[in-house]
Design a protein around this ligand. Structure first.
Ligand code: HMH
Length: 221
């Protein structure tokens, strides 16, 4: 018998808000090549700040995995995630210098600070591994799904933005997100109703933060 995993239940239940995060006008603007360079630069500078704040969160997930889970395969997946972040940070610096964005002088936008504060709240040791890995899956997957959409058949993504889209939209990153998803689903399957409910609330918060982040990048807020 096929059993529906929790993340698929949520994706179905919250389809509209999920599409709001993964098919946002900012992404559609990359896909149809109407995005303006100033928005792209704003996204770049703000996302660099976000990714720096993401590092301690990912480290906290790794720490929880090593304490709470007996699956050494989880550690391998998370270590791959940290390695990807290391490359990402180098990429941001390189891309910023090409576009003339001075990363040191980017002022974090309140929307970004708000998302970083949320990350910090789920970094706490009081948050269990199940909630942490589920949040991690959601955060990575929104980017993977968004940027992969810009590379699909029929997209008109400008050549100089294709590298950016490939960072998160490539097949390896897709495979990595599927690995996070199956860890999250394995954990959710054995979690209490209370933990599952809290993880779902976090999932929705993440989708809202992602929508806000794209809005900020577009300059509409
Ligand atoms: C805002 N969400 C945001 N930035 C990112 N780099 C990711 C998710 C994925 O790493």
């Amino acid at each position: 018998i096929e059993r529906t995993v929790m993340t698929d239940t949520w994706l179905k239940k919250h389809r509209q808000i999920y599409l709001g995060a993964t098919r946002h006008p900012f992404i559609l603007g990359i896909r149809d090549s109407s995005v303006d360079i100033s928005s792209f630069k704003r996204w770049l500078g703000q996302d660099y700040i976000f990714v720096r704040a993401f590092v301690p969160f990912v480290a906290s997930v790794l720490l929880k995995a090593s304490k709470e889970s007996y699956e050494s395969a989880d550690i391998d997946v998370l270590l791959g995630g940290l390695a990807a972040l290391n490359d990402e940070i180098a990429w941001f610096k390189n891309e910023a210098s090409k576009l003339g964005v001075a990363l040191e002088s980017v002022v974090p936008h309140p929307i970004n600070l708000n998302y970083c504060r949320f990350l910090e709240s789920i970094t706490s040791p009081d948050v269990d591994y199940t909630r942490a890995i589920t949040a991690f899956w959601a955060i990575e997957t929104v980017y993977q799904q968004s940027f992969a959409h810009c590379l699909e058949e029929g997209s008109k993504t400008p050549d100089d933005l294709k590298q950016t889209c490939l960072r998160w939209g490539n097949d390896d990153f897709g495979q990595y997100c599927r690995a996070l998803k199956s860890i999250a689903d394995r954990q959710l399957a054995k979690a209490s109703d209370d933990v599952v409910a809290k993880a779902e609330v976090n999932f929705l918060s993440i989708l809202e933060h992602e929508v806000q982040f794209w809005n900020m990048s577009r300059g509409t807020v």
